[in-house]
Every structure is written in C-alpha cells, then in structure tokens.
Ligand binder design. Structure first.
Ligand code: ADP
Ligand code: CIR
Length: 344
C-alpha cells in the first residue's frame, strides 16, 4: 500500500495524524493476529467524513501502531502515553438525584459499556469460528443471570425483519449495515454470531458481536440515572464472574474504537430541549463545558427529532465510570436550567 491521498478538507483524526512518516514507519507491521495498518485505517479512508477513522483489530494494535493510535487517543481523551486508567464502578460514589422528577424534559436514560473477551481478537480481526465461540460463551454466561436481569437471547439469524425493525425503532437493537463498521471489517459474516439478550421489561440488554463483543446496556424511561447506573453495575459484575474481559492497566477496557477505551461507557439521556435547539451556539457552549456529545435520537450519525437530543459523556478514558456519569449528570442539570430560562 502507498501513502493514501488525504484530501485537504478531511477533518478526521486519522487525516490529522497519519503523516507520511507515521505511515512509512507502520505500513509493513502486522499483529500476531495478522492485523495490519491498512485494515486499521480502512474505515477512515473509505469514509472521509469520519470523526475518528481508525479501529483496532486486537489489544496489540494499540501498542504496535502506537504512533498513530496514541496521537488519536491523546487528542480525543486528553490521555497521555504514560497515563494509567482507573476504574470506579461504586454506585455509592455517584451523586445524581433525578434532575427532572416531573418528567418535563428527560424522555429516557441509557448507560452502556462495551466489553471484549480476553485472549480473543477484537471484531475487526476475529475469525468466524472465534466469533461463534465468543457468542456461545457470552450466551452461556448470560444464562446464569437472575432476578431483574433474567432474560432470553435472541440471535439475529432467524429474527423476522418486522421484529428487528421494531427493536431498532424502539432504540433497543443495533442497526444493520453501518458503513463505518462495514469498512472496518466489523460486519463480516453478518448476521451470524450476532444477537441481543434482554429481560422482559427491556431495561437490561446485551448486544453480542456488534462493534464490541459485548455492549451491556441498562435503560429505562425518565431521568432516574442512579437506578440505571445501579442496574448496569450489578449486571457487569455478574457477567464478569463468568467471562474474563480484555483490560489493560494503561488503556482500561479494550474496545475496537479508540473513543471507547477506558470506561467504554456512554451514559446518555434523550432530552427535549426545543428552545435551546434554536440557539446551537449556546447549546454547544454548555455541552463543551461539561464534556458532552450531542447525537440525534436514532444513535450516532442520526438527526434530532422534535427538539429531542441524545446527550452523553464524551470522555471515556482517564476518568472513572462514576465521573463519566457525573459529567453527563452535571451537564444535563445545566441544560435543563438553560432550557427553563428560555421558556420563561
Ligand atoms: P452506542 O450507545 O453504542 O454508542 P448508538 O449511538 O448507535 O450507539 O445508540 C444505540 C441505540 O441506543 C440507538 O437506538 C439510540 O437511539 C439508543 N439510545 C441511546 N441513548 C438513549 C437513551 N438515553 N434513551 C433511549 N435510547 C437511547
Ligand atoms: C467515525 O470515525 O466517525 C466512526 N468510526 C465512529 C467513531 C466513534 N464515535 C464517536 O466518538 N462519536
């Protein structure tokens, strides 16, 4: 492969940090799983509108291709090469009373973490056999869950289109055919090895073998962030007794996209802010101050509908899980205050 043509107007972190020198240094390297630089950067080259543009094929990708990944990680998370990640999943340390007890603004709350199984390649480099093995070991582990977390696994293979569409529309299931994941090699052998586990109420869900091998999700209507966090922590701890997760002292929980490293946590609310939405500059000033990301209500790369936005923590690495949720909480309190002032 030759040094790719990166257009002047490309704003992704890949375009920013893949200099000719970095490319020349890394272009012939291969991880033990056979993952190459060409594969790591393909998503960003095919999708020049990427925000980031790179994916790791295994934990080793982060060290072997460090001259590229470290620069991207430092830019996105403000996390240095010598820094160490710290985890804190203790619900007692979170201070997040419902910011909207009358249910005027917050439609729903969702907190998810990404996890990958130790000693396996990540999705972009995994083989079909390994992926199937990952699926069966996760499903086996999920069978041991009890009480509120008890549920059933629904493989994507054989699921009717109607059921699949309904689950996607209702925000429970991942979409199909994402072009960023596709170019990263994450959609190979679709839909085999993929599926969703959920309890009866759909307040606890696990996505299997999408962007990460597990996406563990707790969600419910309204703004009780503490209840959502508590349920998530209980579930993560229970699953961890059965499946070993890939974790490094430096980077925390290992994920295929560098934005998810560390806590791998995205805590979000769907929140109606119709007045603030009329002044995007003021809106963004608040979200920037509290390290928040604005998404549309059908997930990443989607649009807002009816003034409802998906607001979540942007930082995931170098801060604890409690801090990630606290970022979201503090920002949401400030957003509600601003929206109320505009409504007067
Ligand atoms: P991820 O959470 O893995 O980063 P997405 O941004 O694609 O991925 O979101 C996945 C799904 O979760 C989408 O259907 C999205 O609308 C839904 N979702 C995210 N946050 C909330 C929330 N607070 N309430 C309800 N659904 C949500
Ligand atoms: C991109 O680069 O835009 C996609 N690969 C998604 C990156 C992860 N998302 C995010 O931080 N918003």
């Amino acid at each position: 492969m030759n040094y790719p043509n990166l257009p002047e107007d490309c704003t992704s972190l890949l375009c920013k940090y893949l200099t000719k020198e970095v490319f020349e240094e890394l272009k012939d390297k291969k991880t033990t799983n056979g993952f190459t630089l060409e594969q790591a950067i393909n998503s960003g080259l095919v999708n020049l509108d990427s925000g980031i543009g790179v994916y790791a094929g295994d934990e080793e990708s982060y060290s072997l291709f460090a001259p590229l990944f470290d620069a991207i990680i430092e830019d996105y998370h403000g996390f240095g090469r010598e820094d160490k990640h710290q985890s804190n999943l203790n619900p007692d340390d979170l201070n997040a009373p419902n910011p909207d007890p009358n249910g005027e603004f917050i439609v729903s709350t969702r907190i998810r973490v990404g996890r990958n199984v130790a000693h396996f390649p990540l999705g972009p480099a995994i083989s079909k056999e390994q992926r199937d093995l990952v699926e069966s070991s996760i499903v086996e582990a999920l069978k041991s869950l009890s009480g509120e977390l008890e549920g059933r696994y629904y493989p994507l293979l054989g699921m009717s289109k109607e059921v699949q569409e309904e689950l996607i529309k209702d925000h429970f299931l991942f979409k199909e055919g994402d072009r960023f994941l596709d170019a990263a090699g994450l959609n190979r052998d679709w839909s085999e090895g993929r599926g969703i586990y959920h309890n009866k109420e759909k307040t606890f869900l696990v996505w299997v073998n999408e962007e990460d091998q597990l996406r563990i999700i707790s969600m419910q209507k309204g703004g009780d962030i503490t209840e959502v966090f508590n349920r998530l922590v209980t579930a993560v701890k229970a699953i961890e007794t059965k499946v070993a997760f890939s974790y490094s002292e430096h980077l925390g929980y290992i994920s295929s996209c560098p934005t998810n490293l560390g806590t791998a946590m995205r805590a979000s609310v769907h929140i109606a802010l119709p007045n603030l939405a009329k002044d995007m500059e003021a809106f963004k000033a608040i979200t920037d101050k509290y390290y928040l990301q604005i998404r549309g209500i059908h997930g990443e790369h989607s649009q807002s509908e009816g003034g409802v936005y998906d607001i979540s923590n942007r930082r995931r690495l170098g801060i604890t899980e409690v801090q990630a949720v606290q970022d979201m909480y503090d920002g949401v309190v400030a957003l509600i205050k601003a929206e109320k002032e505009l409504t007067k």
